[in-house]
Design a protein around this ligand. Structure first.
Ligand code: ZN
Ligand code: FE
Length: 256
C-alpha cells in the first residue's frame, strides 16, 4: 500500500486547509472546506481531483466551501451525525467508533464534544494520522462553545491514547500564542521551553507548525497535562480532579 500524500496550506486568516490523496485510487479528500479558492489552488498544484470532504464540525470556517466544491466536483461530504442539520451538503453521517475505507486506508471516527457538541476527528490508524480540527491544536485545544470543560477533557483523553508517533493535523495556526500560554502555567517544563523556542523561530520565518506529533503533545500541551504534578502545584490545585484542573487551564487561556 503506497502512503497517503498530504498537502497543507493556509486559508482565511488562520485556518489550515488539508488535502489527503490516495495515490492508489486517486481519491482526494479535503479535511473541512474553509475557503474555496485556496482548496482549488492546492488541488491544482498537485494535480488532484477532489472526491470527498470530511467535515469535522459546523462552524463556518470549516464548511463555507462545501456547496461550491460539491457543485464543481460532485464530491461526497462525510460529517458528524450529531450536527448533521448544520452541515451544508452533507451526504453521509458518521459517529463515534464508525469505520470506513478511504481507498484501502481504514478511517476511524472519534466523537470529541467540547468545541461544538458534535465535533468529530478522523483517524487513519494504519497511516498514523489524526485530523483533529478544533479539538486538539499544537499546544492548545478548542474553545468551549457548546459543551462544558469536563466533556472536552474526556474528548482529549480519547485522542491521547493514540500512539505517540501519530501525526496530528489541526484546524488553526495558533501555535505561538499557545506556546506563550503553556509556558505561563508550566514554566519549568524543559521540553516545552525548547519547543517554544523552535516555534518562535519557525513563525518568524513564516513556516507552518503543522503537523505535530501525539508524543510531543503529551509532553508539552497543558490541555493534555491536567494530571501533571508540577502544573497542579503551579495552579495550587493538588487535591482537585483532572476535569477541574483542565477547566481552570481552559479558563485561564480564555483570559490570557
Ligand atoms: Zn470551530
Ligand atoms: Fe475553526
Amino acid at each position: 500500500m503506497r502512503p497517503l500524500e498530504i498537502e497543507v496550506f493556509s486559508c482565511r486568516s488562520d485556518n489550515y486547509g488539508v488535502l489527503v490523496h490516495d495515490p492508489e485510487t486517486g481519491l482526494t479528500a479535503s479535511i473541512d472546506a474553509p475557503e474555496e479558492q485556496p482548496i482549488l489552488d492546492a488541488a491544482a498544484r498537485r494535480g488532484w481531483k477532489l472526491t470527498h470532504i470530511f467535515t469535522t464540525h459546523h462552524h463556518t470556517d470549516h464548511v463555507e466551501a462545501n456547496l461550491a466544491l460539491k457543485e464543481k466536483f460532485g464530491l461526497e461530504i462525510i460529517g458528524p451525525v450529531n450536527e448533521a442539520v448544520a452541515i451544508p451538503g452533507l451526504d453521509r453521517t458518521v459517529g463515534d467508533g464508525d469505520e470506513f475505507l478511504f481507498g484501502d486506508h481504514p478511517v476511524r471516527v472519534f466523537e470529541t464534544p467540547g468545541h461544538t457538541a458534535g465535533h468529530i476527528c478522523f483517524h487513519f490508524p494504519d497511516d498514523k494520522i489524526l485530523f483533529s480540527a478544533d479539538t486538539l491544536f499544537a499546544l492548545g485545544c478548542g474553545r468551549l462553545f457548546e459543551r462544558p470543560a469536563a466533556d472536552m477533557w474526556h474528548s482529549l483523553q480519547k485522542l491521547a491514547v493514540l500512539p505517540d508517533e501519530t501525526a496530528i493535523y489541526f484546524g488553526h495556526e495558533y501555535t505561538l500564542s499557545n506556546a506563550k500560554f503553556a509556558l505561563s502555567i508550566d514554566p519549568d517544563n524543559e521540553r516545552l521551553k525548547a519547543r517554544a523556542a523552535e516555534i518562535e523561530a519557525k513563525r518568524e520565518k513564516g513556516e507552518f507548525t503543522i503537523p505535530t506529533m501525539m508524543g510531543l503533545e503529551k509532553e508539552t500541551n497543558p490541555f493534555l497535562r491536567a494530571a501533571d504534578p508540577a502544573i497542579r502545584r503551579n495552579l495550587v490545585m493538588e487535591g482537585k480532579t483532572n476535569e477541574e484542573v483542565f477547566a481552570e487551564i481552559r479558563k485561564r487561556k480564555d483570559n490570557f
